[in-house]
Design a protein around this ligand. Structure first.
Ligand SMILES: [Zn+2]
Length: 422
């Protein structure tokens, strides 16, 4: 379950990220010039490459939507969905079990049909840009595990939502959003303990000066040592990254091995400061709250659209009404359209939290140059200098330029700190 993908609608509260104006702190250090100097450390070929990679991603979002809609059409107009429903009715007489059986068949078939696109995006393209470490078989096995996890979550969720539709044909959208939120919460709670370890090996940080450094920063910010892990992301990718996951007691910060191997101690401290920021600012709780609002709005819109579409096309698609689980591909199609339209809202909510974590991290780790250096390293897979509209629509993190400028501004305002803290 990916919170980022599910979040689709919310108030535009997140546009408030403060604009940054650079000015020298009377020392000859100019934040704007320093930002430019960092950006210019990226060779033009590398820049062109990451621009192409990242901009290709914009089109892939559209391709994903179109592909999904064609599949939905195949399931509905092509009669595949009604056939799967009939098959599940032959398997068992209990409606809840029928609906679950339908969902399992649908998810397996949909996964097979989207395999070519997934392979292109997740395997071929990653290799073409030199970002993957994974062999084809290993990749396929990860896909299979992902499918099993999604079946485990979605089959009971679908059965629960359709039980709500049958029992409360007018208010099912409210129940449906409640059910979706509960399943998401379960996913976040058990994610770090049961799901992430299916794909990677998580262990406490290896002993050494880096570990001492990281744990010192953690202690200074009230993060217990037992909640900092490292994991072997290099199994799949060359990317450097870190994350905060978990909820209600399973919270943890995880740093990937690429980060630990490929970056300097100052960079690692800068990243750790950022992750601690997510932790300290309760971003998981805030995102969940935003998600709940978005889900309610999404389900309300979905109900409105589903009612109209089924009234108009239901018979042609072999659907017996909204209470028929064979309408599931329609629900997914409606959600993918809403999610697509809501992309800027979703990204802006996440990006704003990321900006907050950047600021927290600069104050906690006090490594503006390490932070700028990491931003440069992240340019491998993110366009560094997008137009403002691009950053607003497509970026779920501040752009590299924004991040470096934030760090240099911070540096400009803290040039005399050493004297003050001693
Ligand atoms: Zn972050």
């Amino acid at each position: 379950m990916n919170l980022r993908r599910i979040l689709a609608f919310a108030p535009l509260l997140a546009l408030l990220a403060a604009p940054i104006c650079a000015h020298a702190a009377g020392s000859g250090f100019d934040a704007e010039q320093a930002t430019r100097a960092w950006l210019d450390t990226i060779p033009p070929e590398a820049r062109a490459r990451s621009n192409a990679y990242y901009e290709g991603g914009y089109w892939l979002q559209l391709a994903d939507l179109m592909y999904g809609l064609v599949l939905a059409w195949l399931f509905l107009r092509g009669g595949l969905s009604a056939r799967l429903r009939n098959l599940s009715e032959r398997l068992t007489r209990r409606t809840a079990l029928q609906n679950m059986a339908y969902a399992v068949q649908y998810l397996v078939l949909a996964a097979l049909l989207t395999l070519p696109l997934n392979w292109y995006e997740g395997y071929w393209r990653e290799h073409a840009y030199g970002m993957s470490n994974q062999g084809a078989l290993d990749w396929a096995f990860d896909q299979l595990k992902g499918l099993l996890v999604s079946i485990l979550f979605l089959a009971p969720a679908v059965a629960a939502i359709w039980a709500a539709i049958r029992r409360a044909p007018k208010t099912w959208w409210l129940w449906g959003s409640g059910i979706a939120t509960v399943f998401l919460m379960i996913g976040i709670v058990i994610g770090p303990v049961f799901i992430a370890p299916l794909f990677n090996d998580y262990k406490p940080l290896a002993a050494g000066p880096i570990r001492d450094d990281i744990l010192s920063l953690a202690r200074a910010n009230q993060v217990p040592a037992t909640e900092v892990y490292e994991f072997d992301a290099s199994r799949q990718t060359k990317r450097i990254s870190a994350n905060v996951s978990g909820f209600l007691g399973t919270e943890r910060i995880s740093l990937n091995d690429n980060l630990l191997k490929r970056t300097s101690p100052a960079e690692i401290r800068a990243v750790m400061g950022h992750e601690i920021g997510h932790y300290a600012l309760n971003h998981i709780y805030k995102h969940l709250l935003a998600f709940t609002v978005l889900t309610v709005i999404g389900f309300a819109l979905a109900r409105w659209m589903m009612d109209r579409l089924i009234a108009r096309f239901g018979t042609a698609w072999g659907l017996r009404g909204i209470g028929d689980v064979a309408a599931l591909p329609l629900l997914f199609a409606v959600f993918s359209v809403l999610g697509f339209v809501g992309t800027p809202i979703n990204n802006t909510i996440i990006r704003t939290a990321e900006f907050e974590a950047d600021l927290y991290g600069l104050n906690a780790a006090r490594e503006p140059d390490g932070f700028a250096q990491v931003a440069v390293q992240l340019a491998e897979y993110r366009k560094m200098e997008p137009a403002a509209w691009e950053e607003f629509i497509f970026y779920d993190h501040p752009s590299g330029r924004t991040r470096i400028r934030t760090a240099m501004q911070w540096k400009a305002e803290h040039l005399n700190d050493t004297q003050r803290t001693q």
